[in-house]
Design a protein around this ligand. Structure first.
Ligand code: CO
Length: 458
């Protein structure tokens, strides 16, 4: 049996450990090795990489992608896409989603992992359709969570619907690292029994379950697993690539990843890790094992947000109450997976309920639009009392939210005028308006300076 690897060093690993602050020039020298290591794919784009390029690194994310592609012609490049929300949290009209997908593929992406925070498949349909039209691989993604409404049968049914949609692989995305080895084994088995396409598993090492979970997934028949080169692995990042390769080869699995090249890649990243530790960019806390998430059944990131929120309001003594209120709010909202932005919405609401001494005295704007149906279909039933409180006698919206949006690409392009030099620029602006504008201004300034310099040279 063959097991393949997706290496996350350029996206999730550095996002989880060093807030995606690695400039292209830093990892450029190792791209040739990453290209030859024998990975199924190299995750390098999407998520926070785009924002971080524009906001902190003064890099054009599209240009970064093209340069990675040039250096890695033999390995599939992969990105993460939040369906109709692209890289953010609001819904975009279909014309923007389609162009974003098409341009991503044109600029070098081969695999697009597409998910929706609520697992509402209507929110990933258009992105999947365009990925297939553009000739790339669509990985239909299921956000893993536990609740009375998230049963093995439902997950398996979702996988079947994704397969019918035309995706080439199914990805199980355990964004919080809370999927246990047993749950993972049962889930992969259940999905494998339902679909004939490969199953990919994504998890994090946060709670310490990662290695065991991936091993059990492989035993259950998973085809591709996500891992990170060892010196950027562990903690909130992925389990280590080399360790998994070593273990799986011993068990007789066919693995294409070359240990010697992995060693060279890891040696390359060691001084970068050391520097990040020295500067404080890499905080040793995120590299440890944090098991509180297993007790509270909420992701580690969400737990630290709650603590920070309460500390800021000098109410940390209310933490236990908030932790009891959190699952109740989640139940009232129909058990959304605790992934951004739902994790923040549930946490903020639970805190507000406790601090006000009265449940739902204050309801955030986001929770209101969620209850109105603007984020998509809730996995379970939303509490009728809460629905009444927000909507009165009005019925919630049950359609696909993007259907209410007018096409907007051409209008935005016209509005930007000469500030945008390409359609890619327009898409950067649509995804991150302020960051993109600031980046365009800096880029213009740099070009003017280069021009002046050239004139003087002449
Ligand atoms: Co992740």
């Amino acid at each position: 049996m063959k097991v393949q690897f997706t290496e996350t060093i350029l996206r999730d690993a550095q996002q989880s450990l060093i807030a995606t602050r690695m400039p292209f020039e830093t990892f450029k020298p190792v791209l040739e090795k990453l290209n030859k290591a024998g990975y199924y794919s190299l995750e390098c784009w999407g998520g926070a990489t785009f924002d971080s390029c524009l906001r902190y690194l003064s890099e054009d994310p599209w240009e970064r992608l093209r340069k990675i592609k040039e250096a890695c012609p033999d390995t599939k490049l992969q990105m993460l896409l939040r369906g109709q929300n692209l890289l953010g949290y609001k819904h975009y009209p279909d014309d923007v989603v389609r162009l974003f997908v098409r341009k991503s593929v044109e600029n070098g992406i081969d695999v697009i992992r597409i998910f929706d925070a609520l697992n509402d498949l209507r929110n990933i349909q258009v992105a999947v359709d365009e990925t297939l039209k553009a000739g790339a691989i669509a990985s239909g993604t299921i956000c893993y969570t536990t609740s009375p409404v998230h049963t093995l049968e439902k997950f398996a049914k979702m996988a079947k619907e994704l397969e019918n949609m035309g995706v080439q692989t199914i990805c199980i995305k355990d964004m919080a690292g809370v999927m246990s080895p047993k749950e993972a084994y049962d889930l992969v088995k259940a999905i494998k029994a339902e679909v004939s396409i490969p199953v990919v598993v994504h998890t994090h090492s946060t709670t310490g379950l990662g290695f065991m979970t991936l091993l059990k997934c492989v035993e259950a028949g998973a085809d591709v697993i996500d891992s990170a080169i060892s010196c950027f692995s562990g903690g909130t990042s992925q389990p280590a690539t080399e360790t998994l390769v070593y273990t799986l080869k011993q068990y007789g699995y066919e693995v294409d990843v070359d240990e010697n090249i992995c060693k060279e890649i890891n040696d390359f990243f060691k001084p970068i890790r050391a520097k990040a530790l020295d500067s404080g960019l890499l905080n040793p806390v995120v590299m440890g094992t944090q098991t509180d998430a297993l007790i509270y059944q909420i992701p580690g990131g969400m737990l630290s947000n709650l603590v920070a929120q309460l500390t800021a309001q000098k109410k940390l003594d209310k933490l236990d109450e908030v932790l009891l209120e959190t699952p109740r709010v989640r139940e009232d909202l129909g058990y959304p997976p605790l992934v951004t932005p739902m994790s923040q919405m549930v946490g903020v609401q639970a805190t507000a309920n406790v601090l006000a001494g009265e449940r739902y005295k204050n309801i955030s704007k986001e929770v209101k639009s969620y209850i109105k149906g603007e984020y998509g279909q809730a996995p379970g039933k939303v509490s009728e009392d809460l629905q009444k409180l927000v909507l009165g006698d009005e019925a919630p919206f049950t359609g696909r939210f993007a259907d209410t949006l007018e096409p907007s690409f051409e209008a935005t392009k016209a509005e930007l005028g000469s500030k945008a030099k390409s359609d890619e620029d327009v898409l950067s602006y649509i995804a991150f308006p302020m960051q993109a504008e600031a980046y365009f201004a800096k880029r213009d300034e740099k070009e003017r300076n280069t021009f002046k310099y050239t004139i003087r040279e002449v």
